[in-house]
Design a binder for this molecule. Sequence first.
Ligand SMILES: Cc1cc2nc3c(=O)[nH]c(=O)nc-3n(C[C@H](O)[C@H](O)[C@H](O)COP(=O)(O)OP(=O)(O)OC[C@H]3O[C@@H](n4cnc5c(N)ncnc54)[C@H](O)[C@@H]3O)c2cc1C
Length: 287
Amino acid sequence: MKNAVIIGAGPAGITAAIYLIRAGIPTTVIYKDMGALGKTQAIDNYYGFPETISGPELFERGLAQARRLGVEIIQDEVVGISWEDKMTVLTKTARYPGDVILFATGAARIAPKIEGLKTLEGRGVSYCAVCDAFFYKNRDVAVIGNGEYALHEAEVLSNTSKTVTIYTLGKAPAFELPPRSEIVIDTRKIIRLHGEEALESLELDDGTIVPMDGLFVAVGVAGSADFAKKVGAEVDGARIQIDENCRTTLDGLYAIGDCSGGLLQIAKAVHDGAKAAVHAIKYLQNT
Ligand SMILES: Cc1cc2nc3c(=O)[nH]c(=O)nc-3n(C[C@H](O)[C@H](O)[C@H](O)COP(=O)(O)OP(=O)(O)OC[C@H]3O[C@@H](n4cnc5c(N)ncnc54)[C@H](O)[C@@H]3O)c2cc1C
């Protein structure tokens, strides 16, 4: 019987698994951890949770729903993909051949080593401007990063925040500010964050202390492009090339959710998961 293997148990991977299993396709989900939901304290903008829901609780609910429907869930780290008689997902200890494989590995949100960054996550330190800009209305915010992703986050914040500064951490900016932009660029390194209950200030490498209400980490968006390259799917920089059904350039291989770029939100991840699964079901029925 033809089967599906999904890497990642976030909203994208679990939604795809739910559609596939309910279509009668044996489905395995392999995941390492909670992904982005593990870093999310309160989700305020996803349908159906009037009291909000925490990321970890949403994650556990998704996992439980998939298990109830019969999805095989395995906690392990995927280290590669290979071509055997069919595409095969490799962990350190096992191999999982799949007639269709879905990458749902999320965006690798790279966090630079800055003292205090981890401890202030969710209390002034954020990884998602579109999620959290609302909390920093008319306040001073900073973005860390030197690429287009950092500029994108800064532009989202500049609609509501009082000031927005992009700290490129010693690197040259790899973007151009649009004309008349009020976003400030500072190339100095941030070495430490100060604040007890919440972020209060940034300490720069020349000793300057800058009062700050919010700090958004936007250091590159890597994804499952490394896996894709291993099996010969086309990538465009760090991003896998996909079509409107989240299909990569290889038949039977899909990339969904944050790892395929675009809006990094749960609603989009769920949409991708459903769309790719519906396509994969037809693909399996016709091959
Ligand atoms: C701090 C923060 C706050 C946010 N707030 C909101 C919000 O309020 N509203 C909203 O809509 N969105 C929010 N988001 C974004 C949202 O969490 C993501 O868009 C969503 O979780 C993406 O789902 P996904 O399934 O694509 O990836 P993820 O949820 O990141 O899941 C990725 C999965 O892939 C697995 N994985 C990755 N690599 C491997 C590997 N090598 N081997 C095995 N497994 C692997 C991970 O373990 C994980 O299970 C927030 C994100 C962050 C970081």
